[in-house]
Design a protein around this ligand. Structure first.
Ligand SMILES: [Zn+2]
Length: 635
């Protein structure tokens, strides 16, 4: 549904909507045959900037001569670079320094001289190039920013759940125009500088005034840009799966015009505007296409003299050497792309519905809390579980980039999809087996998997694995997982265990078990950042099973100790070394037998197991710093 808010400020523009606007007949053409992602072109049509598949380099094509120049090929300069109207390339490189913390540095490349300059020294956090209304460019860092011209004009940007508008004098205003957004993306000022165009992740595309009042709700579109003060170009939001493909659309701010302009079936993404031309990419091939519109484009921005300056950015609190983690709990809402397994649970005498979207979120929120307690900074792509939380993969990747994180971490569980049961932790990173596309991804995956497989509450059928998604899936050359595409943070997708293995699914219905998976993930993340000795608390975890009763499930595909029926409703009492009762944990009735004691000081404990108020067993347990002590019981 599209709600339109007509304000007086828009009325004067409405006369334009009576004109039939469309693509100039015969104007469609190909500018680059393949691997031309995130294209941008100068309004005069001379320069085309694009990134090959992995963001590992930046290419600049002179469309007058056909010559292609590699602007940069170190530090993942691709994807978020921008081209100023006079053909200069502003881009950011990233570099892992001590303890795998990322630093980002701003560059400017001038094709007329071939000269590349560092214009913003390396700093922590988010550093992104932006256009400003005056025809200038701002490389916007959290600590320092570079303005290509002293009169660079106004600009806006997004980070997390806020949208920032910075006026010509450098005064910043924070807007949160949409309620319950997962984060703001792709903000830009209209050519006349009077309105802000942005997407609220999972909620839609909007135009608001400079003080955050919504002027238009344009529907489900992504990566928008202004064509002129009245028309907007955007790509359709095809949701998580993108199976229907997407197209480039022409929208008007009053909602009168809303039509696709790219051909059906092309899977067109990443649009940009250059004068009266619209340039975009085809999702898999990376072929760059161009169309011309018959509406008058915005007047070209005047090219300003380069008299750049660097300025300090005010930032409240926070330490710069704290690792930052972007967390993406997979799926959202109980929809077709979620994975649902209803299960008859003896203990509850009922059918419990397992959804992967639920346990992914439980693990993700637990990881936010655990890492927060360990002193990390985190950002997360969703905190609730509704259909609108199932973000488009471009939204997730862009939220991660805006977070300025050091690593990207996607949380899922696995299923065979066939009539066979297995159970092991699997890390999938972008790249070939043993050769990650982004440095650090394999190391991070290996470390997280190393701790995941130590989980002694479950029964693993195979050792842990870290695989490259290009090798793992046969979906086409370098296709792999959508959420890892266009992502240049070191990172991977964790398939923590197999939820179609019945005993595992019942464990995943237990929030403590999900918490334990997140805790084990935090241990791998700690080690990646060299912080595994920095934390003092430990964990005790285990299961309680009957020694002489086999599982009552109809499904007999069980492994090892999972042959035994878990105990429901037993109680664990934990006493410290001085004999004081510190914690009590009562097992749930969901046939998983799981218990977990979190955040314990590293010392000796006595653990007592009770069933029907009878002491069954007592054992001594030692908790070590930043480790899990496993203790399984059979009774
Ligand atoms: Zn999943």
């Amino acid at each position: 549904m599209r709600r339109i808010y007509l304000l007086i400020s828009l009325l004067c523009l409405c006369a334009m909507s009576t004109m039939a606007v469309g693509v100039k007949h015969g104007s469609a053409k190909t500018l680059v045959d393949s691997c031309g992602f995130f294209p941008q072109m100068t309004p005069d049509g001379q320069w085309l900037l694009y990134s090959p598949t992995e963001g590992t380099s930046l290419q600049l094509k002179n469309l007058y001569t056909g010559q292609v120049t590699t602007v940069a090929s170190k530090g993942y300069p691709g994807f978020d670079a921008i081209l100023s109207d006079d053909g200069k390339v502003y881009y950011v490189t990233q570099q892992a320094r001590k303890r795998n913390l990322l630093y980002r540095e701003g560059h400017c490349y001038d094709p007329s001289t071939g000269r590349d300059r560092v214009v913003l020294k390396a700093q922590r956090g988010r550093v992104q190039p932006l256009h400003s209304t005056g025809g200038g460019v701002v490389i916007n860092g959290e600590r320092q920013r570079y303005l290509s011209n002293k009169q660079a004009g106004a600009y806006c940007y997004t980070s997390g759940d806020a949208l920032y508008v910075v006026d010509e004098a450098g005064n910043s205003r924070t807007l949160r125009p949409v309620k319950d957004s997962n984060g703001y993306l792709w903000a830009s000022l209209s050519p006349d500088g009077k309105r802000v165009l942005f997407e609220a992740a999972g909620r839609g595309l909007y135009v608001c005034s400079l003080d955050g009042q919504i002027l238009a709700d344009l529907g489900q579109f992504l990566m928008p840009c202004w064509y002129n003060n009245y028309y907007i170009i955007a790509m359709s939001n095809a949701g998580n799966t993108r199976t229907n493909g997407s197209r480039i659309w022409l929208l008007s701010v009053d909602g009168e015009v809303c039509k696709p302009i790219s051909p059906q079936g092309e899977r067109a993404v990443q649009p940009c505007v250059a004068g009266n031309k619209v340039v975009y990419t085809l999702l898999y091939s990376g072929e760059v296409r161009q169309l011309e519109l018959d509406a008058p484009a915005a007047e070209g921005r005047k090219v300003l003299p380069i008299d750049g300056k660097t300025e300090k950015v005010k930032r409240e609190g926070g330490k710069w050497d704290v690792p930052r983690v972007f967390i993406n709990p997979g799926h959202g809402g109980h929809d077709s792309d979620d994975r649902h397994v209803p299960t008859w649970v003896i203990g509850e005498q009922d059918t419990l519905h397992y959804y992967e979207s639920n346990s992914n979120l439980t693990k993700g929120l637990a990881l936010v809390e655990i890492l927060g307690n360990k002193g990390y900074e985190t950002a997360i792509s969703r905190t609730t579980n509704f259909t609108e939380d199932d973000l488009d993969l471009f939204e997730i990747v862009s939220l991660a980039a805006n977070s300025g994180a050091d690593i990207f971490f996607s949380i899922h569980s696995n299923a065979t999809g066939i009539d066979k049961r297995i159970n092991f932790p699997l890390g999938l990173f972008r790249g070939w087996d043993g050769k990650p596309a982004v440095e650090g991804s394999l190391k991070l995956s290996d470390l997280v998997m190393k701790y995941a497989v130590k989980n002694a509450l479950t029964v693993w059928t195979h050792p842990e694995r870290s695989r490259g998604d290009w090798s793992f899936y046969d979906w086409g050359y370098k296709v792999g997982l959508g959420v890892l595409r266009f992502n240049k943070l070191p990172g991977f997708l964790s398939e923590g265990s197999f939820h179609d293995y019945l005993p595992e699914r019942e464990r995943l219905l237990n929030d403590s078990y999900c918490w334990l998976e997140a805790w084990n993930q935090s241990l791998g993340i700690d080690e990646y950042f060299g912080l595994h000795k920095a934390h003092k608390q430990g964990v005790i975890a285990g299961t309680v099973r009957w020694s002489n009763e086999t599982r009552a499930d109809e499904d007999r595909r069980l492994f090892g100790e999972d042959e035994l029926q878990p105990v429901n409703g037993a109680m664990l009492r934990l006493y410290n070394d001085r004999g004081a009762l510190c914690r009590i944990y009562t097992l749930d009735n969901r046939d998983n037998g799981v218990f977990v004691f979190t955040d314990l000081p590293a010392e000796k404990y006595r653990l007592e197991l009770y069933y029907d108020d009878q002491l069954v067993e007592k054992v001594k347990v030692k908790v070590k710093k930043n480790q899990v002590t496993y203790r399984n019981f059979k009774m």
